[in-house]
Design a protein. Structure first.
Lengths: 350, 441, 79
């Protein structure tokens, strides 16, 4: 018998509404409120709800780190195969809470997480890449429907069955794409020509790649006074000391390096080089400043245009490097920048 | 321009005293062929091997694949490269079908080289596991690039380009089992019925991103880095005008065999006069600098417009920054009113979460997708390896590594391997063979 | 990486050749460079010319860091 742990808020636990939204997290054995229906459904898949986590929505949103930490601690040592949060319908704080706890549980225990939200719940945009979020209903009147959807997917995941993809299974696209062999064996030349004929003659066709929407970052405010600012340099052009001490890969990099430039006026060829495999390295090997412009930055410093240069420059290789890896590397570098009170960054990519 | 391809189907390859084709069997005089290869003094070691579908053999580092052929009028098989310039795409060419001639490094591989498993679960990752293959395994004295990640592979590649013709000669005077005929009327002199159909161009973006000569695809022997997009007769591509280069992660590459058999061209020919009016090929390229990318897109769109194209297929031989050439070209065509379909692979990362292309635009509403270059592949040991298995991890093949904190080395002591799809020889088959697609999970 | 730095509150200029790629990804401050293998100095020109170009482009990047913008911006380069 497989074991599932559920998460619900104070309202669905029957504790109370808005007045009880500060309810502190607790873990109860067995089912609470709507997780009873989930438990019934799971029986068909030889699984049961072993525990139900209850937490107030406000407690989760105002004491997020504490709430997550307390819940994770309570779940330690409990054997479970899957985590189900919600359904959260259109309740914004509840949806975000399901996402936050689901993400933390998945990271810590490595079990799949299912939740359910209405398309307008802000939790969908925030967490759809992190977990299975079922396309849920507007309100709790459809509790049974939404719970059944989660249970159906849970059954497949618990049995290790191959999923049919987001549309067929009813969850939001997670932006996770892998290659598969087509069952009909139609090759891409025929698919392209068929699609071309359809497009040229105004007939319907289905693109195999829907262009995703841009992920925008808020624009950071500009430097107030350049002449007092400390600037850090970084590159994805693979400039490293000639012996590549950090063994940064020349493609699909997962490693980065930091190199002290505090006592040099420029990067010399023969001392630094590029290990980037995506282009002809001759120019950068002869003069590494064409990628990492240490020489002119030092001049700007002497001229007083900038206040200071961060002691190190940071380097990795951009070609074939996944966004996930790039993100992780940036997150490893950021504390070092903060520690040294860096104000701004110039990144040179190739 | 009319091209006739006379096909001889090779059901088996064996070694014998004389190179000849008899009853579906290609007999190869190994010693004679090796002597021919060794005429190039830079070839220091050479052997010929035969591998067949299902053989439990792993080939690595694979550098090139060619179809063995001969031009009946005596012209060079690859004009401007293996011989004097002449018009490709007309007259008659005899072809040994169902087989390819592969070039494999005896020791050294590079960024652009790949792997083929002829049998077992790894066979599905390449097209060439379905063919009978004659394999040239060779080493060279090209010391200057032995330890370089980027290799021109000049001697080994040229050896198979020339050997393909040398072997092809054995069917020069024989009657083919099948005769395929390819002919397009001049663009402005076509039947009314044909002209009423949607007119279509096929835009090819062959790999040409190295600024130094010797790495890029060739067009009549001319480095594609040095050309602007031009209008070509599809017969030229089917008949040796294009030769594959030695740059780009391997699964994205198009081998010379791929050019010689370009499936999109063959399908467009089939539809010509029935559902569409196939105008021809616009041979573009892939570039490094943005202005070069923009210039090529501009030329492609203008040629398409002047030809009166209603629709186009754009295919790229690469990923990463070539996606900017690809997207730029599709956007330019759409803005010129040409309804365009894109043919490409994706790079969504080992976890599948990265953006599929590095440059994308909402105008790209019709894409056919052929695979994920960074898909992780784990394969058991093979009883036999042709080439040198170590090269996968040691020599910087695009899908291999010498060490990784979590995954360990690509090549394990027991001969099993873990690699990215990137290093599967011409694995994503954007040229047209791919039965792979991409799916949301 | 640029976006992560910016998310952490640092103003960032990305100096790159493939401006459409940077725009696709959603980079906010962009200064174009002259090529991929040598973003800031063409080896076919003299050392002085390379230096002049590099100083000009990096100068533009520094000014970009000190410029308030409302939407993603590609800064104009002098040379």
């Amino acid at each position: 018998m497989k074991s599932v742990i559920c998460y619900i808020n104070q309202f669905f636990a029957g504790i109370g509404g808005e007045d009880k939204a500060d309810y502190e997290p607790e873990v109860r054995q067995g089912v609470v409120g709507p997780t009873g229906a989930i438990n019934m459904g799971l029986k068909a898949h030889d699984a049961q709800v072993s525990y139900t986590v209850v937490c107030g929505d406000n407690f989760m949103s105002t004491h997020r780190d504490e709430a997550i930490e307390r819940i994770l601690k309570e779940l330690e040592g409990k054997e479970f195969d899957l985590f189900i949060a919600g359904p959260a319908f259109q309740a914004g704080r509840y949806g975000v809470a399901c996402g936050e706890i689901g993400k933390a549980v998945q990271a810590k225990f490595g079990v799949p997480v299912i939740t359910s939200m209405h398309v307008e719940n802000p939790g969908v945009e925030m967490f759809k890449k992190e977990m299975y979020i079922m396309k849920g209903s507007h309100s709790a009147a459809s509790m049974k429907h939404d719970a059944d959807m989660m249970v159906a997917l849970a059954g497949k995941l618990l049995k290790g069955e191959e999923l049919e993809g987001p549309d067929a299974e009813g969850y939001y696209q997670r932006g996770i794409r892998h290659q598969v062999w087509r069952k009909d064996g139609v090759n891409c030349a025929d698919r392209a020509v068929d699609m071309l004929i359809a497009k040229a003659t105004g007939k319907p066709f289905t693109s195999e790649l829907i262009i995703p929407k841009k992920d925008l970052v808020p624009i950071a405010p500009a430097l107030k006074d350049l002449s007092k600012a400390k600037i850090a340099l970084a590159t994805t052009g693979g400039i490293v000391p000639v012996d590549n001490p950090d063994r940064i890969q020349s493609a699909s990099a997962t490693r980065w390096g930091k190199y002290d430039i505090s006592d040099m006026d420029r990067l010399e060829g023969g001392v630094f080089k590029t290990i980037h495999a995506g282009f002809d390295p001759a120019a950068a090997n002869a003069d590494p400043n064409v990628i990492m412009p240490v020489d002119v930055m030092k001049e700007f410093l002497k001229e007083g245009k900038i206040g200071a240069i961060h002691k190190y420059f940071y380097s990795t290789v951009g070609t074939g490097t996944t966004q996930g890896e790039a993100k992780r590397m940036a997150k490893e570098i950021i504390p070092l920048l903060k520690e040294d009170n860096v104000d701004a960054v110039i990144m040179v990519s190739t | 321009m009319k091209l006739e391809l006379g096909n001889f189907y090779v059901k088996d390859i064996v070694f014998g005293n004389e190179t000849k084709y008899e009853n579906g069997i290609l007999i190869v005089n190994k010693e004679d062929c090796l002597n021919f290869v060794k005429r190039d003094p830079h070839i220091t070691e050479a052997d010929l091997r035969i591998v067949k579908p299902g053989d439990m053999v792993r080939l690595v580092p694979v550098k090139e694949a060619v179809e063995c052929r001969v031009k009946l009028n005596g012209d060079a098989l690859f004009p401007g490269y293996t011989g004097p310039l002449s018009q490709a795409g007309c007259g008659r060419t005899h072809c040994l079908k169902g087989m390819s001639l592969l070039a494999v490094g005896r020791h050294w591989g590079g960024f652009q080289d790949g792997l083929i498993d002829m049998g077992g679960e790894g066979a599905k990752y390449t097209y060439y596991s379905q063919l009978n293959n004659l394999v040239l395994v060779a080493d060279t004295d090209e010391e200057f690039e032995k330890r370089e990640q980027q290799k021109k592979n000049r001697a080994i590649r040229e050896a198979v380009h020339k050997l393909a013709e040398y072997i092809g000669k054995c069917v020069k005077d024989l009657e083919p089992e099948e005769l395929e005929s390819y002919e397009l009327e001049p663009v402005i002199k076509r039947a009314d019925a044909t002209e009423k159909l949607p007119s279509v161009v096929y835009v090819m973006q062959p790999q040409s991103q190295m600024e130094e000569m010797g790495y890029n695809d060739l067009c009549y022997g001319w480095d594609c880095n040095h050309m602007l997009p031009t209008f070509m007769n599809p017969n030229e591509i089917l008949d040796g005008a294009m030769v594959s280069g030695s740059f780009m992660p391997c699964s994205s590459k198009w081998s010379t065999y791929d050019f010689q058999n370009a499936p999109v061209i063959k399908r467009l020919y089939k539809e010509h006069g029935k559902t569409l009016n196939f105008l021809g090929v616009i041979m573009s390229n892939l570039n490094v600098a943005l202005d070069q990318k923009e210039r090529s897109a501009l030329f492609v769109a203008r040629i398409a417009k002047d030809l009166g194209a209603d629709a186009a297929i754009v295919a790229e031989e690469g990923y990463g920054n070539p996606d900017a050439d690809f997207t730029g070209c599709i956007v330019a065509l759409e803005e010129a009113g040409v309804k365009t379909v894109g043919l490409t692979n994706e790079c969504t990362g080992r976890d599948g979460k990265s953006d599929p292309l590095v440059s994308m635009d909402e105008k790209e509403d019709a894409i056919v997708s052929c695979g994920n270059v960074s898909e992780l592949i784990e394969l058991p040991p093979m009883p036999e390896v042709i080439g040198e298995l170590e090269s996968l991890g040691r020599d910087g093949l695009s899908g291999g590594w010498s060490g990784d904190e979590i995954l360990g080395p690509s090549v394990r002591p027991d001969g099993s391997i873990i690699m990215e799809n990137n290093a599967m020889f011409c694995g994503d088959q954007v040229i047209g063979w791919s039965t792979k697609t991409m799916k949301e999970f | 990486m640029v976006k992560e730095f910016e998310r952490a509150g640092f103003p960032v200029v990305l100096m790159c050749n493939l401006v459409p790629v940077a725009q696709t990804v959603g980079v906010n401050r962009i200064v174009p460079t002259i090529s991929i293998p040598y973003p800031l100095g063409n080896p076919g020109t003299s050392k002085e010319e390379q230096h002049k170009l590099r100083k000009s482009r990096v100068g533009t990047a520094l000014e970009g860091l000190a410029t308030e913008i409302k939407k993603p911006t590609v800064f104009k380069v002098e040379i």
